[in-house]
Every structure is written in C-alpha cells, then in structure tokens.
Write a protein that binds this ligand. Structure first.
Ligand code: PAF
Length: 282
C-alpha cells in the first residue's frame, strides 16, 4: 500500500497515474475508519482506477478543543483495514503542519446560507473548516469523483455548493448511511460511547423512523414537539436539535410544498459524545 505524508509526493505519484489515463477517486476521512467509510472506499474502487483515502483530523473544523483532543486516532488500524479492502489503495496521512504550514486557520466561504442552520448554527466556523480542507484535498488530488457519506448530509450539500461556486471539475458523490444492527448511524464517535449507551442509541434512529411515519399526516411543528417530548422522557440522550428541512436548500419546512423533498435532521448528546443522523421523509 502506498502511504504518503507529503502533498508534493502524493501529487507527483498521482500525476504519473493520470499520465497512464487512470481515473482517480477520493475518499476524505478523519480516520478511525468503520464500515461506513469502507462502503465509500468500495464504491470508489468500483468506479475509479486509483483510490486515494485521506486520513486527517482537521483542526479547523472543530469548535471545541476537547472534541478535537478526544477524536479517536489510530493510523495503523486504519491502514490495516484499508489494506484488507485493497492493497492498492493510496493513503494520504499528512500532519497538520504539512497542511497548514503553521497557520491553522480556515478560509471564509459563502455557501448561500446552507451553513447557517443546524450544524452551522451549533458549531461555529465548522463549515469554513470543512470547506478549507476539502477544497485543499480536491485541488491536491484532482479526483474524477469524490465520495462523502450522507450521515453528514448538510456537509455533502455544502461541498456540492463549494464545487459549484468555485467551478471545480470534480464530481461529488453522496453515499447512503451505514448503520449498526440497532439502527445507530455509523460514526467514528460511536467508539467513545459506553457499551450500554451504544446499545441504547438505536433510539435516535427509531425516533427518526417514527417521525417519518408521522410526516404524511402531521405538521412539522407537531412532529418537532413530539420528538422533543420523547427526548424529555429519556435521561440518556439529550436533544440538541431536531429539524425538518427542504433537502436541497436546508431551509426549515414551514408548510409542505408539492414536489419538494424533505429530510429530518437530529443532533444528540450521549455521555458527552455528540451524535448526528438524518432521514429522508418523502
Ligand atoms: O466527514 C468528515 O469526516 C470530514 O468532515 C471531512 C470531509 C473528512 C473533512 O475533514
């Protein structure tokens, strides 16, 4: 397996591959890989010739120092997992210095308001940090296709917006959420949950599924009130937000419009770990 720590060496390797007319797929990750990531990697392998997986815990997208410090890191385990999937995967695992050269700051983006709600509202500066690192990876790797999970659906829409606004010639592909047996959306953060909490965390997804079943007959306000009351009764999971939005603009739904797609989004704290999930409603 090829593992690169330097941008320049990665670029020169990929240039040689491109000269042989090979297509390139990019899967950006922050490591602590799980089956959700591996499903993106497998899709990239099926659709492109050379697959680059970046493993980088990006400091500029964390609004809380403690969350950044506690983010799980295990590069050797990640490399072993990737090697099992395919030993030809190219891994890019730069240091923060290699990426930011001592200036650990985000650029400022205008995402046409997509970043003003939900994750953007509760995590100040998060999407500027995501935009900064994803743009840098795209401009370094020049992938034909780049793959992102729908667990971070707002992030996916924002990256599509970034590519559109910056007129970058890369195809952004969203991939379905992978779930644990109890329905909990796979996330690197799940590792930090105590076992009993992790077992009970199917509650988050089952709440979304019930919200979806109510969507045909109840208003957004009624559904939101119901979700709040379910969480108020639960002492393990603390609701940060539940929102129903238009899928493309991410604006909260006030009144259902014909031919619009809607999605429910949720963020929850459990034992100090922040978990997010979402579900298409129609
Ligand atoms: O989704 C993630 O893991 C991160 O936000 C990403 C896209 C790798 C950027 O750091």
């Amino acid at each position: 397996m090829h593992v690169f720590y330097s941008k320049r060496e990665l670029e020169s390797h990929l240039q040689k591959e491109r000269n042989k007319n090979r297509t390139v797929g990019l899967v950006p990750t922050m490591g602590a890989l799980h089956q959700g990531h591996l499903s993106l990697v497998k899709k990239a392998i099926a659709q492109t010739n050379i697959v680059v997986v970046s493993v980088f815990v990006n400091p500029t997208q964390f609004d809380q120092k403690e969350d950044l410090e506690k983010y799980p890191r295990n590069l050797q385990r990640d490399l072993d997992l990737l090697n099992e999937v395919n030993p030809n995967i190219v891994v890019f695992a730069p240091s923060a210095d290699e990426i930011y050269s001592g200036n650990v700051n985000s650029k400022s983006y205008d995402f046409d308001g997509l970043d003003k709600v939900m994750e953007g509202e509760f995590r100040t500066g998060h999407f500027d940090g995501v935009g900064t690192i994803v743009e840098l990876f795209l401009r370094t790797v020049h992938p034909d296709k780049a793959y992102f999970g729908e667990k971070d659906f707002q992030q996916l829409q924002i990256i599509k917006k970034l590519v559109e606004k910056r007129q970058l010639p890369y195809e952004i592909i969203g991939c379905p959420i992978e779930r644990e047996a109890n329905g909990l959306a796979m996330s690197s953060r799940n590792e930090r949950l105590p076992k009993t909490t992790r077992n009970e965390a199917g509650f988050i997804h089952s709440t979304l599924v019930t919200a979806k079943s109510k969507f045909g007959t109840e208003s957004a306000k009624e559904i939101k009130d119901w979700v709040k009351s379910e969480f108020a009764k639960n002492s393990v999971f603390e609701l940060e937000y539940f929102e129903i939005t238009d899928e493309s603009t991410l604006t909260p739904m006030l009144k259902k419009q014909a031919n619009q797609k809607y999605r429910a989004f949720i963020a929850v704290y459990a034992d100090g770990v922040r978990l997010i999930d979402n579900l298409r409603l129609n």
